[in-house]
Design a protein around this ligand. Structure first.
Ligand code: SN0
Length: 315
């Protein structure tokens, strides 16, 4: 595999998930694979799980790790072709990507949506530019429109915890004080479309995700109705896609409460973290026995490791 840009780069989801689960028993079994290889991780945004689990995965594979926080510490990058660079940007991505490629064998990048210009965000300018100009494989650590490492983690976690072959999985919007990207939700939707699940999305009207991602997935605007008989409740806030980047509704009535979880089939609660307690979800739910958030975070290491293993076999 050359790049891990989206979950469409997974050639066999079942195999990857089973390999990841097997890896948990002996995470350092493939230590020779990455010896003397270097991963460079560039962050344009904050991170806890992605940063540490990807490093951990690289270390399990014997790799060296270089991390750089670009915002504030890196030169402000230019992406436009033919730009006269007499304004705020100091370095073109053409040079930056080629230079980093000489120091590393694999590159991983986090670059969130700006949430101001939908076309610009969905063009995936940062990731696509690095993919174009880097001479080494590139991994998406959350781009404007996708978070495929999180989605692979979620596939692993659901596979481990499901008690029926075809669970009912609900993606529920929940309130948040800030405008958040659609990336996690987009990749989760794409992943559930590939998995054997009865998948339903629920959100207030106006919060429809991109039509090219939702496709013919069922959308229910009534959260209570969507939750009935659910086995997994996956919660995420996102800002509006149509009225792009806007918070339309503070929507406190969409918060995940113990009462609402009572209306499910004893569903597991999932969230990618970080989560705003008592805004997105009540303490009683996230502290309860059905919460899988810590297990999800643990699986981030194995999702990243599977991706790295696939890439290392080709470099
Ligand atoms: C990011 C998002 O895409 O929603 C990262 C999730 C993995 N989340 C946030 O930015 C949350 C920020 C906050 O202040 O709660």
């Amino acid at each position: 595999m050359k790049n891990y840009f989206s979950i469409q780069d997974i050639d066999s989801l079942d195999h990857w998930v089973q390999e990841a689960i097997a890896l948990k028993k002996d995470p350092i079994a493939n230590k020779a694979l990455g010896t003397d290889k270097t991963i460079g991780m560039l962050f344009f945004n904050p991170s806890l799980r992605t940063r540490l689990s990807t490093q951990k995965a690289a270390l399990n594979l014997g790799m060296n790790v270089i991390v750089m926080n670009f915002n504030g510490e890196g030169w402000s990058l230019e992406y436009g072709d033919g730009t006269i660079m007499d304004q705020g940007t100091s370095e073109h991505v053409k040079e930056a990507a080629q230079v980093v490629s000489q120091y590393c064998d694999v590159l991983a990048i986090r670059a969130f949506a700006g949430l101001k210009d939908r076309e610009d965000d969905y063009s995936e300018k940062v990731l696509h530019s690095f993919i174009e100009y880097a001479t080494i494989p590139v991994i998406n650590m959350e781009s404007s429109a996708g978070h495929p490492l999180q989605a692979l983690t979620d596939a692993i976690t659901i596979t481990e915890h499901k008690t029926v072959a075809r669970p009912k999985v609900v993606l529920s919007w929940a309130p948040h004080p800030k405008a958040l990207p659609q990336a996690v939700s987009n990749s989760f939707v794409e992943m559930m479309q590939k998995m054997d699940a009865e998948f339903v999305i629920t959100h207030p009207e106006g919060y429809d995700l991109a039509p090219h991602i939702v496709g013919d997935t069922k959308v229910v605007y009534n959260q209570k109705e969507a939750f009935a008989a659910a086995d997994f409740i996956y919660v995420k806030n996102w800002s509006a896609y149509t009225d792009y980047g806007k918070i339309l509704n503070t929507g406190a009535e969409w918060k995940i409460t113990a009462d609402k979880m009572e209306g499910t089939n004893d569903a597991k609660f999932m969230h990618c973290l970080p989560v705003r307690r008592n805004v997105v979800v009540d303490d009683a739910v996230i502290d309860g026995d059905n919460a899988l958030v810590i297990q999800q975070a643990n699986n981030r290491t194995y999702a990243a490791q599977i991706v790295l293993q696939k890439i290392l076999k080709t470099v």
